[in-house]
Write a protein that binds this ligand. Structure first.
Ligand SMILES: [Ca+2]
Ligand SMILES: [Ca+2]
Length: 234
């Protein structure tokens, strides 16, 4: 990452939206550098109308107050995370790969993965941050943790229109964990409890660490049932 920012600035107090109305970020060909913008508000990136799958990466350095999103638009989108009250990213329908290496501290980040078959990986969530993930059907895959779930300190909320494949990767952790699994949550693998709505998982894979762990299974995630089938059986 590079800095510092230019000395000029523009002030935006409410919302800065890209792609809204046309549903694509693919017309953004110039330099998008929001570091010089005094932005205290909502940053929305809407690529919902894009039918081509994208490989997009979010990198955030909260200490340097610098963040980038690569691959979602033809250019890198740069911004200062401390200036946001919320970040929202909406993916298109082509089957996307999202890598969220870190999130802005202190705010909610919302990701709509798209209607295709998408893959989302989240490596770190700061303790005071929240991630709301919406998997919009397509048999998506979601991996939480890049070897150590201690980096997932904030809240992660999942919502899915169709069941997803969930993997929890704590494989590089050398400390012991005491893990509790229920039908709707896993606690103890890292810094945060992972919750999921009943029937939202197609599969659950846990890659536990190397420290000697204890697992208590109080329930297992239930099988997905279509809402129409549920009504017919009643
Ligand atoms: Ca999807
Ligand atoms: Ca752990």
């Amino acid at each position: 990452m590079v800095g510092p920012w230019p000395t000029w600035s523009i002030s935006v107090r409410q919302a800065l939206l890209f792609g809204t109305g046309v549903g694509t970020l693919q017309n953004l060909n110039g330099c998008i550098d929001l570091g010089a913008i005094d932005l205290y508000g909502f940053l929305g990136l809407d690529d919902s109308g894009d039918v081509v799958g994208r490989i997009a990466t979010l990198d955030v350095d909260n200490d340097l107050d610098f963040a980038t999103i690569d691959g979602l638009a033809p250019v890198t989108i740069k911004f200062a995370p401390s200036g946001l009250s919320e970040l929202s990213i909406v993916g298109g329908s082509g089957g996307n790969v999202f890598g969220l290496n870190n999130l802005p501290a202190g705010i909610t980040t919302t990701l709509y993965a798209g209607e295709g078959t998408d893959s989302v990986t989240v490596a770190a969530v700061p303790a005071d941050a929240t991630l709301d993930l919406f998997f919009q059907g397509g048999g998506d895959s979601f991996t939480l943790g890049a070897g150590n779930l201690d980096a997932i300190a904030g809240l992660v909320n999942l919502d899915a229109d169709a069941p997803i494949n969930l993997s929890l990767d704590d494989s590089l952790d050398v400390t012991s964990d005491s893990v509790t699994l229920t039908a709707t949550a896993i606690a103890g693998l890292g810094g945060s409890t992972v919750t999921f709505t009943e029937g939202s998982l197609a599969s659950l894979t846990i890659s536990a660490g190397q420290g000697g762990n204890t697992f208590q299974v109080n329930g297992v995630p239930g099988r997905y049932r279509d809402p129409h089938q549920r009504r017919e059986r009643q």
